[in-house]
Design a protein around this ligand. Sequence first.
Ligand code: ADP
Length: 718
Amino acid sequence: MQEIAKDILKKYYGYSSFRKGQEQIITSILEGNDTFVIMPTGGGKSLCYQIPAMILEGITIVVSPLISLMKDQVDTLNNLGIPAACINSSISTKEVDNTIEKARDGEYKLLYVAPERLEVNSFIDLLNSLEISQIAIDEAHCVSQWGHDFRTSYRVIAPVINTLRKRPIISAFTATATENVKEDIIKLLTLKSPNTYVTGFDRKNLCFRVIKNENKKDFILKYVEDNNNTSGIIYAATRKEVDNLYELLKQKGYEIGKYHAGMNDSERNENQEKFLYDDYKIIVATNAFGMGIDKSNVRYVIHYNMTKNMEAYYQEAGRAGRDEEPSECILLFSPRDVMIQKYLIEQTILNPERKYLEYKKLQEMVDYCHTSQCLRKYILEYFGENNIPDKCDNCSNCKDDSELKDITIEAQKIFSCIYRMNQRYGTSMIADVLRGSKNKKVLNMKFDKLSTYGIIKDYTIKEIKDLINVLIADQYLMITEGEYPVVKLRQKSIEVIKNKRKVMQKISRRKEKVEIDNSLFDELRILRREIAERQKVPPYIIFADSSLKEMSTLLPTNKEEMLHVKGVGETKFERYGEEFLKSITNYMEQNNIIKKDKGQHNYIEEKQSSNKKEKIPSHIISLNMYKEGMGLAKIAESRELKIATVKDHIIKCALEGYEVNFDGLIPEKYENLILEKINEIGCEKLTPIKKELPDEVEYNDIKAVICKYKCLKSKNIS
Ligand code: ADP
């Protein structure tokens, strides 16, 4: 039996070994036991009921809560050569009838259904006319009110099973289950002395990071720019915040989608589909997005706000890296997040006992953000695992290489200014006074007469505000709740003023790139996309990123070698193998690559090309495209460059004397202001000009204005 299971794993899925727990779970089901599995998101649950479904006589019914997930899973299975279908409300009656007929004829090994379907009598008749080997219940925690996604229709599953003429094997799967949810599932689904498997919660390929004391928007902009070729999810706490982030990134030219409960169904579906199909690399969403999202190549999940508890965090963050490739889960913390979550708890109609529980869970989440121990250890211990090593070397605490900067002087200036302003103002006003702003409010209040007026000149307003936030997070200052939060001093800050305590700030040396691309990998992705469009399925259903990456390093040139690539099984090879082989051999020819050595340890050697083609400089290529009327974002996308780089290219061309139309390069709104500042300050150095302008004006914009008005004295703009 186990041998057959292994053969199926290789032949259909193209994998050569089982992951932790999978083999035991499959054996348990094949031996006829009810089986209950708790495995983290991305752990590989589906395979645990699909392989028994293939081996057992008859059909497996899979109960699954989300229609989008169902279609995806069925597409994936069909692509692997496994006969499967689904029945749900998005399918026409005619199609449903057709599927039912085929199911009766024994044409499917798996039939996916939404739980609501079990409330339809005619469907129960159908079930009774089939030979059902197994009923697999996905997202089983939906049956429990204590779980976080309770669905009433899950409560009909057990009664339906009990009316069946013959009781099939029942298997139930979930990613999150605390002790009481676990008991609930077993009881409410009437599992009969189930074999229970809790595989470890660890996801080794995920790197966990908590970022505090940084400007969140700046972080996101930089991160997204550095990773603009990879897929990511950005979660935010509220619809408004999602809309704001969406606009911010959209303005920068990113192809991006959004998803929240304030949008209508069709908008949501369109955004989700485009993300699944890689038309959108990024999606910004509230927690309404994601259940059942099986996209395997999500390289990062950023939480713009802290979640309400660890369960929600781990589930959402776990959507990164399902293909086991290195991926990042980043949480951006700010003290305001705690206030939002507290407010949300206060708004609920939970009884006091549940509220208390929610507050406790929230505190555990806050502790995650502040702990200096290994983040992975914290998570795994939270989920009840023991004997976890102290260091994982793959989280921001284990890899902390930040430098400490002494900011005592700056802190003293800030504290004494707050004190002189009678601790009655918010961050912006304090920053204005410290910077010496001539803003009306400052002058009206006569703050320009304070000794602390204008004592921090070498920081921008934004930098001063960020500094105040750091001091709040590190508990030197406190911020009051309410609509107009006021910053006040704490005991710790008094000690700093009295020179009894130093203030140190952690400055992280960031390395934001998630992966290094290689150009064959990019070509294979393009091919995958073409095939996906042809077949109308999301690209990752054709091959996972990890498979393409392996192809681009192993360079298979025949069927046998191709079948060694992880994720390439017989059926997939028959469907797509030749096309990918062709693309790989073409690439090798074009780039004069010969493979040396056979077997597992291939390596690549690039032959020195004797007749090197003359290359057109990169910046000129960008200019040519720009002249043909392509927008900056489009050029960036097609050349796989950053937008800022394309802008730089075009400015460089202008400096070299090429004719350039500046209209698309300079933000209209700021053109005059930038020019004004250049005339005031001169254009020898850009930083002093930048400091005088609103934050959203970029260095590039200033350079473009300088070029346009030819007010530059030297061509070496620094
Ligand atoms: P989940 O537990 O979240 O339902 P899935 O079943 O969707 O996870 O599996 C996540 C990914 O891991 C899928 O892309 C799947 O093909 C892959 N996978 C599952 N089992 C294995 C295995 N034994 N070897 C390699 N990849 C696997």
